[in-house]
Structures are given as structure tokens and as C-alpha cells.
Design a protein around this ligand. Sequence first.
Ligand code: FAD
Length: 268
Amino acid sequence: MCFLLFVWRIFYKGGALNFAKSLRKVIEKHGGKVLLKHKVDEILVENGEVRGVRVGEKVFKSRIIVANINAKTTFLELVGEDKLSREFIEYIKSLKMSPSCFMVFLGVDMDLSTYPTIIQNLDEKYGIIINSNADPTLAPEGKASLTILTLANYRDFPNKGTKEYLEKKKAFVNKLIKKAERIIPGLSKHIIVIDAATPKTFEEYTFMPEGAIYAFDQSIDTKRPYFKTPIKDLYLASASTFPGGGIEAVVISGIICANDICGWKIPK
Ligand SMILES: Cc1cc2nc3c(=O)[nH]c(=O)nc-3n(C[C@H](O)[C@H](O)[C@H](O)COP(=O)(O)OP(=O)(O)OC[C@H]3O[C@@H](n4cnc5c(N)ncnc54)[C@H](O)[C@@H]3O)c2cc1C
């Protein structure tokens, strides 16, 4: 696993959820509908053309489907191997997932405003992001919210809820706080809120295989699937396709996909 820690430099005011809320507003303004708690079980395909999606017993018919979830899940689970060529299935199966990460989220009663927002320790392979320095609305005055993170391997974590899992999680938390304390002395004594996430947590919350943070491995060897798929009118717009992982890159993939579907007509 590559241990280069890549800390993003994009911050959304008020947190990433605000970005999702902004997108929802745009969709609704243009007559669209956002359905929460609708996990797609199947992408319906007939004669090589997409027909819609199935959520439990409900069927949503559509001439075009844009899949925003990981391409492995899209093709191997939702479309189904029987609808695709053996060669394409082998290619999708061969794609390597990116690493995952371990994150500790802290709320502290310390003023950290004189620290840089992002601190990366490349030798020890971890980073600290002082979120409230990028966006002061993320902590009350005189307090701070921060994240300590390191890359982590999905397979190193036992099943969630087991004793081994909880012990491993606790050990990671303690190790990262100890490291961060060398940069922020007294940190552990000022914690008022603490939470942590393992690769298994990311898998559970995002449905991303292996809790991968950038979908597929961000390497020049990774040949990401093209946004136009072998199934007619089924498109990809996500970290699985060009240009790759990270919110900005995913937005670019969405712009490419939307423009292609609309025939690249430049609005007047
Ligand atoms: C811990 C962590 C921190 C990160 N920090 C940053 C950062 O600071 N800046 C940055 O630019 N990038 C960051 N990234 C990377 C970035 O979040 C991803 O690259 C990006 O969100 C991927 O966008 P996406 O639309 O492809 O997938 P997602 O954002 O994962 O969206 C896919 C959506 O599909 C839903 N879904 C999955 N399966 C189904 C199904 N069957 N039916 C219906 N819905 C389904 C999921 O619930 C999810 O809402 C981070 C990633 C992680 C995990």
C-alpha cells in the first residue's frame, strides 16, 4: 500500500453536507426530486439498453441512468455479470481499490487558531486538519474542531462490533492522538468531543467497497472505466471514472457526463 498521505485542500463552508444540500437545491429548482433512503437493488437492462432501476419492489423507469456509485458495484451487482461481456467483467474485477483511512474527530477546548489548517507529517504518515481554522463556524469561539488521519488498510480491521475490532480502533485512536500531541502539546487533556472512523465505517456509510477513499487506486496504472458504459444510456459520474477521486474531480466527471447527455449545447 502506498503511504503517501494526501490531505485535500478543499473545504466546504459549514461542512461537506452543505455541498450536498446545495446540489439538492439545484436539482429541485429544475423540477427534479431527491429521494433519500432509496438503495438501488438493480439497474434494469433489456437488450443491452438501460430501462430504469429497482428499489425493493419499486421500479423507477428511465431512458437514461447515471450511476454515481462505485463501478464494481454498478456492473457486478446492480447490472449483473450476465448482461456484460466476459472481457468487460474481467476488466472491472481487475480494478484495484484505493486505500482507506482511519480518522479521529476531536472537539477541544483549546484555541488552535495560530496553527496552520493542515499539518502533514510525511515521515510518520499522518496528518492533522484543524477544520475550525478553515471554517470558524465549525467550533465555538475559543474552541477547535480537528481531524487526525492516516491511511489504513481495510483488511487489517476485523468485523465491526467484535472485541478485536473495538480494541484495534481504540489502539489507532490512542496512537494518533499521541502523535498529534507532539505537535499540539496537552491535546489529550482538552478533548470534549471524540469520535473515530475505520475503513469499515466508511464502507458502511458510503457503500464503497473496502471503504476506499478515492474509489480506485490513484495510480497511473489504473485505467478507470469510461463514463459511457457498454450498456446503452447507462453512464458513470463518480470517483470511479475520469478524472478520479476527490469532490472536485467528481464534479468534473458530472459536468462531462451531463454535457455529453445534453449534446454539448452551450447555454446562451
Ligand atoms: C473520509 C474521507 C474524507 C475525504 N475527504 C475529502 C476532502 O476533504 N476533499 C475531497 O475533495 N475529497 C475527499 N474525499 C474523497 C471524496 O469524498 C470522494 O472522492 C467523493 O465523495 C466521491 O464522490 P462520488 O460521488 O463518486 O461518491 P460518493 O460521494 O460516495 O457518493 C455516492 C453516493 O451513492 C450512494 N449509494 C451507494 N450505493 C447506492 C445504491 N445501491 N443505491 C443508492 N445510492 C447508493 C452512497 O450512499 C453515496 O451517497 C474523502 C473521502 C473520505 C472517505
